[in-house]
Design a protein around this ligand. Structure first.
Ligand code: SF4
Length: 250
């Protein structure tokens, strides 16, 4: 091969590489411009947003917000954390499984200091308020947050009695009658006023440690972040984890 033939061949190779690169870039751009495909994750996000409408104004605090961790309710409004699709699905399944039994009704109570406690009972019949909850295991006693919620609805809809009905995955049910408690209602209203004050003054509530923390989307803001090292030690008997300390825990 003469020198000019070799140079010609080299130029052709460079041109071919350039053509390939150009083609690759165009394909990449075309893929970027193409409308994203609507997939199951979009459906999950859409349904989750529909069952979790944006919070009402600060003067209205929901029964759900005060019956759980105040810090979580505060962060949901002020600094929402991205939920995993698993967390969204778990909430959707909990809500949708029993929704067929519901006849939801909205109500509100004056919590004092210009704060309204608002909520939505699952079902209100002649003289009873009903709440339906799914549970992995049927509890002997109502969960505290369910107790607080039902008690609020008893006052909201002026009914003398309420029942919380728990269902497990096999369809077994446990019905618990809950008495009306004025003391608990006053405590619930106090929590509504506290949350309202903290929201207005941008003060993050203290950590309320409970089992709920394990699946809470704000977990990393309260405890440790997910960059925690996970290692399999060759001589270790199992998996171990080294948690990085958070500045406020030091
Ligand atoms: S991790 Fe626990 S303390 Fe922190 S916001 Fe969630 S429920 Fe509350």
């Amino acid at each position: 091969m003469t020198e000019s033939q070799a140079r010609y061949k080299k130029v052709r190779i460079v041109e071919k590489v350039q053509e390939k690169l150009k083609e690759g870039i165009e394909n990449y751009r075309a893929a970027g411009d193409a409308p994203a495909k609507y997939d199951v994750y979009d459906v999950i996000e859409e349904i989750f947003a529909a069952i979790n409408p944006p919070a009402a104004d600060e003067s209205k605090v929901t029964v759900d917000e005060v019956s759980g961790c105040l810090r979580s309710s505060y962060l949901d409004r002020k600094d929402p954390s991205e939920r995993t699709h698993q967390q969204m699905m778990s909430k959707i399944m909990q809500k949708s499984a029993l929704s067929i039994m519901e006849k939801p009704i909205q109500g509100e109570l004056d919590a004092g200091s210009n704060v309204k406690l608002v909520g939505r009972a699952d079902r209100v019949e002649d003289d009873v308020v009903m709440m339906f909850r799914a549970a992995d295991e049927l509890p002997e006693m109502p969960y505290a947050e369910d107790f607080i919620q039902l008690n609020s609805y008893l006052y909201m809809f002026d009914k003398p009695e309420g029942v919380i009905v728990y269902f497990d995955k096999e369809g077994r049910e446990n019905e618990i009658q809950v008495p009306k408690s004025e003391k608990l209602l006053n405590e619930t209203k106090r929590r509504a006023r506290i949350l309202n004050t903290l929201l207005r003054n941008n003060i993050v509530p203290a950590i309320e440690p409970s089992e709920r923390c394990l699946n809470c989307p704000h977990n990393e803001k309260c405890y440790y972040n997910s960059e925690d090292k996970q290692k399999w030690g060759f001589w270790a008997r199992g998996k171990w984890r080294e948690l990085k300390p958070k500045p406020f825990l030091l």
